[in-house]
Design a protein around this ligand. Structure first.
Ligand SMILES: NC(=O)C1=CN([C@@H]2O[C@H](COP(=O)(O)OP(=O)(O)OC[C@H]3O[C@@H](n4cnc5c(N)ncnc54)[C@H](O)[C@@H]3O)[C@@H](O)[C@H]2O)[C@@H](O)CC1
Ligand SMILES: [K+]
Length: 457
């Protein structure tokens, strides 16, 4: 049972292909199911202690994992019962069913237990749950002190995170072999609870990974302020937003941060204030220009955006600027671009799409030839080359004014520090989430910017 941070994320088809490759190399599906069931039994034993366990088994291989786990739990001592929604159908699940020598109760009439293990459906779910199944599942979970899902909570779509039924929320989900998009995308992720990976000896490879703590070493012994990264934040109509972003860039580790625009006197005194003209933007020491926080959407804002787009410096585009730019204008840029839209800004920039958030972000990244940070409770970071990083949900207290300005500043600092756009964006998202975690409830964006220092520690 290991954390999913940094691990590969596979779709149902990619997982099946990985399984087939393992089978072709000599590891049978029964062996894989034994490994999965043994891993589930081990995890359940550790989490459930001496409490009675009810394992719910479906007709496919997810159910097969459940029968193996139940048999192993029984052999290890805890009190176990099994309830099934249907007879097993696959050869591996039929063989696994034969290992369970106890009764198999009907789902509709089985009594609840303090610990429920859901092995009804996994990656093979192909349509909405029948009402009687979802009613029973809700009944068991509502009566349990601990609800554990095998691979995925039954009723969520593996690849896009859609809910295919009226689902309860689980405490723990044991991802078999690899994390799946549904463990991270909403609305399904919130139903998974804590997700832990159970490796089953299948080689998993993917362009998509789960966000992990970035490797951010202290500055080299001979570092100076410009080698640590210089960030230029373009100030627009609302001075406070640019100031927050600039403070975030400083606390995230940039060595030199300046605000370009009409000056705002006062603290922090380490913040440099300068006029926004072409010569300021042409400074070759600038590692990242940030435009958008509090920019406004008027002609003055458009002129500032034109100036920013004309530079050959790496650029982070946030907030209002996302309403003024078009994907096509970014194509010819001679330097990297990172866009940080929330759902509304994403729709304004790329038009609403009915695909899932991961697919939409990857398509947008290719279209704009930029790295996209598609923000929300399931932030997706996508690079133009197809790679992507999925962030587990961060603190819901991040839903506060100025939080996005802080994120944009943190990302600009990471980009100026020399990371690739994908790594810089991922590091900024991680620092932002970690700062929020450290702050606990009801912080304000100013606190968040300052807390980036501690998050880097
Ligand atoms: N991919 C792998 O490497 C491994 C997968 N294993 C397990 O296998 C699972 C996938 O197994 P399957 O492909 O058999 O799929 P599932 O066990 O998820 O379910 C598929 C079965 O359910 C039926 N079904 C689908 N949606 C339904 C609905 N809404 N109502 C009623 N019936 C429905 C299908 O007709 C099929 O019979 C994984 O989630 C995992 O638990 C493990 O056994 C070991 C290795
Ligand atoms: K399941």
């Amino acid at each position: 049972m290991i954390p999913i941070a940094g691990t590969a994320v596979l779709t149902a088809a990619q997982m099946r292909a990985a399984e087939e490759k393992a089978i072709a190399a000599g590891t049978g599906v029964d062996t894989l199911m034994q490994r999965a069931g043994a891993g589930v039994a081990d995890a359940v034993r550790r989490l459930a202690g001496v409490n009675e366990v009810l394992v719910l088994c479906g007709p496919g291989n997810n159910g097969g994992d459940g029968y193996v786990a139940a048999a192993r739990l029984h052999a290890a001592g805890p009190s176990v019962r099994v309830a099934a929604s249907a007879e097993p159908r696959t050869p591996a699940a039929i063989a696994a069913r034969a290992l369970w020598t106890g009764a198999v109760e009907p789902l509709a009439t089985a009594a609840p237990a303090p610990v429920v293990v859901d092995a009804l459906f996994g990656t093979g779910l192909s349509r909405a749950l029948d009402t009687d199944v979802s009613t029973a599942l809700n009944r068991f979970v509502s009566h349990a002190n601990l609800a554990i899902a095998v691979d995925l909570p039954s009723g969520i779509a593996t690849d896009d995170g859609a809910l295919l039924g009226d689902l309860p929320a689980f405490h723990v989900t044991l991802a078999l072999g690899a994390a799946k998009p549904a463990h991270l995308l909403q609305p399904s992720a919130v139903h998974c609870g804590a997700v832990r990976l159970l490796p089953i000896g299948v080689t998993t490879d993917s362009d998509v990974r789960v966000l992990s703590r970035p490797d951010l070493p202290a500055p080299a012994i001979d570092a100076h302020k410009f080698t640590r990264g210089m960030v230029a934040v373009i100030r627009g109509r609302m001075a406070g937003a640019a100031q927050l972003a600039a403070q975030a860039a400083m606390h995230a580790g940039a060595g030199y941060v300046e605000i370009l625009g009409a000056t705002i006197p006062g603290a922090p005194h380490a913040l440099v204030r300068r006029r926004c003209d072409d010569s300021a933007l042409a400074d070759p020491r600038i590692g990242a220009v940030l435009i958008g926080p509090g920019l406004g959407r008027d002609d003055a804002a458009r002129a500032l955006l034109d100036q920013a787009l004309a530079t050959d410096r790496p650029l982070v585009i946030d907030g209002d600027a996302l309403h003024l730019v078009t994907p096509e204008r970014l194509h010819g840029r001679p330097a990297e671009t990172i866009l940080t839209p929330h759902a509304g800004e994403f729709a304004a920039l790329f038009a609403a799409s009915d695909t899932d958030k991961l697919t939409a972000a990857r398509a947008a990244a290719t279209r704009a030839n930029a790295t996209i940070v598609f923000k929300g409770p399931d932030t997706v970071i996508a690079a133009a080359d197809g790679r992507a990083v999925l962030s587990p949900a961060a603190s819901s207290w991040l839903s506060t004014a100025g939080s996005g300005d802080v994120l944009a500043g943190a990302i600009a600092a990471m980009l100026a520090g020399g990371g690739t756009p994908l790594d810089a964006a991922a590091a900024g998202v991680w620092l932002h989430g970690e700062a929020a975690r450290r702050l606990g409830p009801a912080f304000i964006a100013d606190d968040l910017a300052e807390a980036l220092t501690g998050a880097r520690a």
